[in-house]
Design a protein around this ligand. Structure first.
Ligand code: 2AM
Ligand code: CA
Ligand code: CA
Length: 283
């Protein structure tokens, strides 16, 4: 296959170029990294590569757009309050870039080849560009609000599967064991027996790209942050899919508990999670 070609201009081209450079850098460092430490728990890893790549992406974006704001995972202190404050501050700017330098750091550290770079642009509060780059497979997923979603110039589209029993659904296990995990396990217990299979690859962004590309029929995960899902959400929407929170409310940039699908199995996923809610998660 031909390498991807940047035919887009402006913001989208900047996002694609930053993601491509960052992805190459990351891939070349797999197997050569030290864990810098964990942010909140032994499950929540960060490496020098995460930090270096975020700096690289910041520089690349700010070279073109010095007055734009950037919300990057590695520049926000851990915890929901710090995130809420940083997001609120970021959304005051007309242009806000939301960057996850490596989504799937645990995979990267272990040499499990499933991780990506995720870059989104929010203009006046509205998701406008979403780019997800998987450097292992050299797959560049690009979405532009109102203009569709593409991988290497070919439009992506969600699957047509309407039968939960024939569906493949991705999900994730958040590291927060006290809060998110029990509710998530209840959801899994509810959904797994009713579908063909579950995949939990460890990269929220890449799972969303896979919903957009029709490789899985749906996806849910609780406890996400904007950098995990902003770009992927636009990819799903522009590929004809649906994204809500776990209660079925439309996605907004502050949504933490995310359900994405081809649209056809959406009510099944949301309904099942609602049923599993006995153990309780809230927006
Ligand atoms: P990361 O690799 O950028 O940390 C895996 O289920 C997904 O959860 C990944 O997208 C991963 O992103 C994300 N994740 C990892 N630690 C997290 C945390 N403490 N809170 C929320 N999401 C997290
Ligand atoms: Ca992430
Ligand atoms: Ca990350």
């Amino acid at each position: 296959r031909e390498p991807y070609v940047v035919t887009s201009k402006g913001h989208t081209a900047a996002a694609i170029n930053a993601a491509a450079k960052a992805g190459e850098w990351i891939k070349n460092r797999q197997g050569h990294v030290k864990e810098l430490g964990s942010k909140t728990s032994a499950q929540d890893l960060v490496t020098e590569v995460d930090k270096g790549v975020e700096q690289m992406i910041r520089r690349l974006i700010l070279t073109h757009y010095p007055d734009h704001a950037i919300l990057g995972e590695e520049s926000v202190l851990p915890g929901a309050d710090a995130l809420t404050a940083a997001l609120e501050e970021g959304l005051k700017h007309e242009y806000l870039w939301i960057v996850d330098p490596i989504d799937g750091t645990t995979n990267f550290v272990h040499g499990f080849p499933f991780y990506c770079v995720s870059i989104a642009l929010v203009v006046k509060g509205e998701l406008t560009v979403g780019v997800i780059y998987d450097p292992i497979r050299d797959e560049m997923f690009v979405a532009e609000k109102g203009k569709g979603a593409y991988m290497h110039g070919i439009p992506t589209s969600v699957s047509a599967e309407a039968d939960p029993g024939s569906s493949l659904v991705a999900m994730g296990f958040p590291p927060d064991r006290l809060f998110a995990q029990p509710a998530n396990m209840a959801g899994l217990q509810q959904i797994l027996p009713q579908i063909r299979g579950v995949r939990a690859g460890g990269s929220a962004a890449l799972h969303l790209a896979y919903v957009a590309a029709g490789r899985v029929d749906g996806y849910w995960e609780v406890g996400l942050s904007p950098w995990d899902c902003a770009a992927g959400v636009l990819l799903v929407l522009e590929s004809g899919g649906k994204v809500t929170d776990t209660q079925g409310n439309p996605y907004d940039i502050g949504t933490r508990h995310v359900v994405a699908s081809n649209g056809r199995i959406h009510d099944f996923l949301v309904g099942s999670l609602e049923e599993a809610k006995a153990t309780g998660y809230k927006k």
